[in-house]
Design a protein around this ligand. Structure first.
Ligand code: GLC
Ligand code: CA
Length: 560
């Protein structure tokens, strides 16, 4: 095992698995642990060395496993604890470490803790969750849940309301209670003892609530106001997180990546500074949320390339000397990146590779979401019947009630729904994309006949091969891991890129984000090591072309 300051998590490439949609092994239409075990060879060949496994704990699946009923049990649909332990051991044999999702902001309402808590006001676990009496026959506050509607649910049994930042089947734990914190910490220890290498920490910036429980001011006449102002990254949260660090993270020396929306850039060091921070790295969402106006769900917000680049670059700059970022373009809560930031039509291949080159070699640990490596795309679901995601379904219901036309709602879901990232992994051109022999739990994207792993394994020019090359390039060149980052083409709405310098080495990544050919005014620094097209012409960039060049640092390298 590594020493405490070992950097293995910086040198790793992480692959995110959303188990429901990855690989079904028994024909019930739901991906499972056995399916993942069967695909470890594929992941090893891809070159990744860490898997982030989304929740596989026992759950009634209101939010696909993010509503945990029992932290110490595997959900039947996914397999058994033996399967889980086998997955950890087998992955290790392939040189792959496992990190699990840690969902600690809330549990399922079917969790034994909550059942006890709701049983009566006198229950010893009453204070494990957040209970309040009504306010003149109304909810205690006007807070809106992240999944729409009131964040409070009235409970007939004990005649009070409980708080849920997400669905009403995800009651929030009361982190003010030290017993709650200890129970979470010992659960973390239990899983580390089972051989996992760390955690992706879910929704962690929600654990602290403003204890005044204020009424929030509304900008419009909607009844509920997004609860972020009272529940997201509230002052005092770092005390809880430092306790977690002291009790578990530091002594057990595990890898951590926290889902941390709401952390302002000025505060990043408090979260990820290597000495004084709490986590190894965080996910920030500025780039993937560019098209949604903050705090106003359902309103499309047009964006420019300069904004997209800045949304990534500013974190690079802020963490240049201290701290580290998690680099990603997609996950199970977001749409497919080639559809959103690239061109999923005629330049599908080029633009998927270009996006890969652009984010992958920044300073941080790259994450690949299942299917991203073959360029999986969004697809238009023509009816709400095709959707499964609770957030999307709630959204549809609430907007319909507000009188919004069906077509508008479906158009919005097509570009924002979490289900866009949850269609089954496309393994082959066989029926159901080789994902299942049965009826999949959610529609397979019909383009699986041309976009699939089998096809891309055979095509040396595929997106999949390009990812393999990028992974190898990063692994073999410390400059691409540790080098300084310097952005180029900052003001361009067509080109993006950066220089990584390390000792004498100087690497340049240049990307064309448009479907036009663009002349390059400056000569390239050094020679082209990797490109996403076969016929690079000097002096110009073809549509969606990306170039990775290696050169030697010289006096004017920084002046490109
Ligand atoms: C995180 C997860 C998301 C889930 C939510 C509530 O944002 O990524 O999928 O719905 O937390 O647990
Ligand atoms: Ca199955």
């Amino acid at each position: 095992m590594e020493t405490r300051d070992s950097n293995w998590w910086k040198e790793s490439v992480v692959y995110q698995i959303y188990p429901r949609s990855f690989q079904d092994s028994n024909g019930d239409g739901v991906g499972d642990l056995r399916g993942i075990i069967n695909r470890l060879g594929y992941l090893k060949d891809l070159g990744i060395n860490v898997i982030w496994l989304c929740p596989v704990y026992d759950s009634p699946n209101d939010d696909n496993g993010y509503d945990i009923r029992d932290f110490y049990k595997i959900q039947d649909e996914f397999g058994s604890m033996e399967d889980m332990l086998e997955l950890i051991t087998q992955a290790e044999a392939y040189g792959i470490r496992m990190i699990m999702d840690l969902v600690a902001n809330h549990t399922s309402d079917e969790h034994a803790w909550f059942m006890e808590s709701r049983s009566s006001k006198e229950s010893p676990k009453r204070d494990w969750y957040i209970w309040k009496p009504g306010n003149e026959g109304q909810e205690p506050t006007n807070w809106e849940s992240n999944f729409g509607g009131s964040a409070w649910e009235y409970d007939e049994i004990s005649q009070e309301y409980y708080l849920h930042c997400f669905s009403k089947k995800q009651p929030d734990l009361n982190w003010e209670n030290p017993e709650v914190r200890q129970s979470i910490f010992s659960m973390m220890d239990w899983w580390i003892d089972r051989g996992i290498a760390g955690f992706r920490i879910d929704a962690i910036t929600f654990i602290k609530k403003n204890q005044q429980f204020p009424h929030l001011k509304s900008e419009d006449d909607r009844r509920y106001v997004p609860l972020a102002e009272a529940c997201l990254n509230q002052s005092g949260i770092l005390d809880f997180l430092h306790e977690m660090k002291q009790e578990v993270l530091e002594p057990r020396n595990v890898m951590t990546v926290a889902e941390a929306p709401g952390v302002p850039i000025e505060q990043i060091h408090e979260y990820v500074d290597e000495q004084n921070g709490v986590f190894n790295m965080i996910f920030q969402f500025d780039h993937v949320d560019l098209d949604a106006k903050p705090m106003a769900k359902g309103i499309y917000h047009p964006w420019k390339l300069t904004e997209f680049k800045h949304a990534l670059s500013k974190w690079q700059i802020e963490t240049a000397n201290k701290g580290w970022m998690a680099l990603f373009m997609e996950n199970h809560d977001h749409v497919r990146s080639v559809s959103k930031f690239g061109n999923d039509g005629i330049y599908h291949k080029e633009s998927a590779k270009m996006l890969a080159a652009y984010y992958f070699l920044m300073r941080g640990t790259p994450f690949i979401y299942q299917g991203q490596e073959i360029g999986m795309t969004n697809y238009f679901m023509a009816s709400i019947e095709e959707y499964r995601d609770i957030e999307s379904l709630n959204y549809h219901r609430n907007e319909t009630a507000l009188g919004r036309p069906e077509a508008d709602i479906l158009n919005y879901l097509a570009i924002r729904s979490r289900d866009q990232g949850r269609t089954p992994m496309q393994w082959s051109s066989e029926p159901m994309a080789g994902f299942t022999d049965g009826e999949p739990w959610i529609h397979v994207n019909p383009n699986y006949s041309s976009i699939n792993v089998e096809e891309e394994l055979q095509d040396g020019n595929s997106i999949l091969h390009f990812y393999r090359e990028l992974i190898k390039l990063r692994r073999d060149n410390k400059a691409l891991i540790y080098g300084d980052y310097h952005e180029i083409y900052v003001d361009s709405n067509e080109l993006g890129g950066y220089v990584r310098t390390y000792g004498k080495e100087c690497w340049t990544v240049i990307c064309n984000f448009t479907d036009q050919t663009i002349p390059l005014t400056d000569p390239l620094e050094g020679y082209v090591v990797l490109s996403n097209i076969n016929n690079h012409d000097d002096g110009l960039l073809k549509p969606y072309e990306a170039l990775i060049c290696k050169g030697e640092k010289n006096a004017d390298a920084a002046a490109i």
